[in-house]
Design a protein around this ligand. Structure first.
Ligand code: SF4
Length: 348
């Protein structure tokens, strides 16, 4: 363990990337960076981090914003429940902790949107507490170097990795140690083509020594993707169109979109006009199809969204559902919308 730790720490001192949140122990900044970087590449997340800290330099300023403002700033980053939880938790901290981030692990862990990993990252980096933060990068390094054969997504595997990580963090600078391990996985021991020949761990690495790099870490379940088919309806009357806010517990909750009809497969536009949900959107009898786009695909981690746009002209502005919001086309970009709608809206 000493060999592993000293080599990783040494490597980190030389090769760590200079990132803005690494120059701070402010728990608000660490929390923000961790939430933004979940499922997001650093290159993409960095711009959002800078935008958020500029717009909301303190947790109270975030708490005083509106959810729509937060979602608008988050637009394009995906997994919008992260933004909603961020906002909820900022308000919660303002109300129940006088705007001050809690300083012990269990209080941090009890906050909405903060799981084991994020709580450990904040506790270790901001408050020097010995909690191991094991993300996908750290799992890979541990699994390869120590030769852990248990699947990282099984309960048995989680237990083994947790024990190992707890042993390793003892007596270290915990914030630095956690970041070193994750950075090493992100830059050196990468999923494909790890840079073994220039790796400071090579002489004792189980995976390298036994030619098992491609087999470790072991993952039990491959995520299944669900196909969904969205026909967006762009109603037009003069300079106006209609939007609605997604309310159900589903992807993009709280974001705005054109009304849509979801089907179980690619469907002709004629079928959409007689679909059961059509009359929940409009009862206007004066509707003509102006254009129909081709089907396109937008990939999310668990879902494959097949989508297309049907532009519809209204010759009378009647019968639109009360759930819809009439919007001047020039104002649409003031609303937070899912990424797949952005390009279309820019062309509208
Ligand atoms: S030798 Fe290769 S597999 Fe082993 S820790 Fe280093 S980079 Fe990863």
């Amino acid at each position: 363990m000493d060999f592993f730790n000293s080599r990783i720490h040494h490597w980190y001192a030389f090769f760590k990337r200079d990132l803005p949140w690494r120059n701070s122990r402010n728990p608000y900044f660490i929390w923000l960076s961790e939430i933004i970087l979940q499922q997001t590449r650093i290159e993409q997340g960095l711009a959002y981090y800078l935008r958020f800290t500029h717009e909301f330099p303190t947790i109270n300023e975030l708490a005083n914003a509106s959810e729509d403002q937060v979602l608008k700033l988050w637009q394009g980053l995906g997994y919008y429940s992260r933004a909603r939880n961020l906002f909820f938790t900022a308000k919660f901290i303002q109300k129940h902790h006088h705007g001050k981030f809690p300083e012990d692990y269990h209080s941090i862990r009890s906050l909405k949107g903060i799981g084991d990993y994020t709580a450990a990252a904040i506790a270790s980096i901001s408050f020097n507490l010995e909690y191991p933060a094991v993300d996908g990068n750290a799992f890979r390094v541990l699994s390869r170097f120590f030769g852990v054969p248990e699947p990282i997504d099984s309960n048995a595997g989680k237990k083994v990795f947790n024990e190992l990580a707890k042993e390793l963090i003892k007596g270290t600078n915990p914030g630095m140690h956690n970041q070193a391990l994750m950075e090493f996985g992100a830059l050196q021991c990468t999923p494909k083509n790890p840079d073994c020949l220039r790796c400071p761990l090579i002489e004792n690495c189980f995976a390298f020594g036994s030619d098992k790099i491609g087999e470790l870490p072991v993952k039990r379940n491959k995520t299944k993707q669900r196909d969904r088919y969205f026909s967006y309806l762009i109603f037009e009357f003069g300079n106006y169109t209609w939007l609605r806010q997604r309310k159900k517990n589903d992807i993009w909750k709280g974001l705005f979109e054109f009304p849509l009809i979801e089907t179980t497969e690619e469907t002709d536009a004629d079928q959409i006009l007689i679909h059961g949900e059509w009359h929940q959107i409009t009862n206007c009898p004066y509707t003509t199809i102006l254009s129909i786009s081709n089907w396109k695909i937008h990939i999310l981690s668990h879902q494959k969204i097949h989508f297309r746009f049907i532009q519809l002209g209204l010759s009378e502005e009647i019968g639109m559902s009360e759930e819809l919001l009439r919007v001047n086309k020039e104002d649409i970009l003031n609303f937070a919308v899912p990424k797949l709608l952005e390009t279309f809206i820019n062309e509208l």
